[in-house]
Design a protein around this ligand. Structure first.
Ligand SMILES: N[C@@H](CCC(=O)N[C@@H](CS)C(=O)NCC(=O)O)C(=O)O
Length: 211
């Protein structure tokens, strides 16, 4: 039985969604950030960065959204959420996973937590740079989706889980992901997935899922 430490509308939502997609048994603890439940000594012992998500697997904590998603796909190969090692789509799968986690996701961190890179001084400059990089990333995703239904190979993978959740985070930004036509078509389709709708219900999220 997996145990997920998440929090509504965060990177934890991606793992919560993926667990529902997989249909495996899990329990979830949604941390209340406003109460600082992610900064307690007990939680920091599991996730030293004090962020969501953490997934407990066989009693041991695993951190980092992209790593957890990739690991879950590996542990449940029957779902087909990752092309197997040696298959033609494997290179694309690894590249897009790492690009989303390493190249795009940090700009969201800068957008939502601009004081981290900026200190108290240049919050607006940091946000504006983060916004430009996020929009460039969305344009990259849009181009990729011009003639395909999924980001990697020809079926749903954990790359789609990561990308959709990052796109969700743009919903209140000046130019949300749905402004790009191929992304909109893709997100509209993804938003029909029962597990994504279910995770919205379970986390009490009412915006974005219906467009
Ligand atoms: N690189 C980490 C980032 C996780 C992250 O930044 N989570 C945010 C929510 S999306 C968080 O927990 N923020 C609370 C905080 O930093 O205090 C991952 O992918 O798991």
């Amino acid at each position: 039985m997996y145990k997920l430490y998440g929090s509504p509308s965060t990177a934890g939502t991606a793992i919560h969604w993926l667990l529902l997609e997989l249909g495996v048994p899990f329990e979830v603890r949604l941390l209340d950030f406003d109460k600082g439940e992610h900064k307690t000594p007990q939680y920091l012992a599991l996730n030293p960065d004090g962020v969501a998500p953490t997934l407990i697997i066989d009693g041991a904590p695993v951190t980092q959204m992209a790593a957890i998603a990739t690991l879950l796909a590996e542990r449940h190969p029957e779902a087909g959420f990752a092309p197997p090692p040696g298959s033609p789509a494997r290179a694309d799968y690894l590249s897009w996973t790492l690009w989303l986690a390493n190249s795009l996701q940090p700009h969201f961190r800068a957008w939502f937590y601009p004081h981290e890179p900026a200190g108290g001084e240049a919050l607006e400059a940091v946000r504006s740079a983060a916004r430009a990089r996020i929009e460039a990333g969305l344009a990259r995703l849009d181009a990729r989706l011009a003639d395909r239904d999924h980001l990697v190979g020809d079926q749903f993978t954990t790359v789609d889980v990561l990308a959709v959740i990052l796109c969700r985070w743009t919903r209140n930004m000046p130019k949300p992901a749905t402004n790009w036509p191929n992304l909109k078509r893709y997100l509209d389709r993804m938003r029909q997935r029962p597990a994504l709708r279910e995770v919205h219900a379970r986390e009490g999220l009412t915006d974005w899922i219906d467009g």
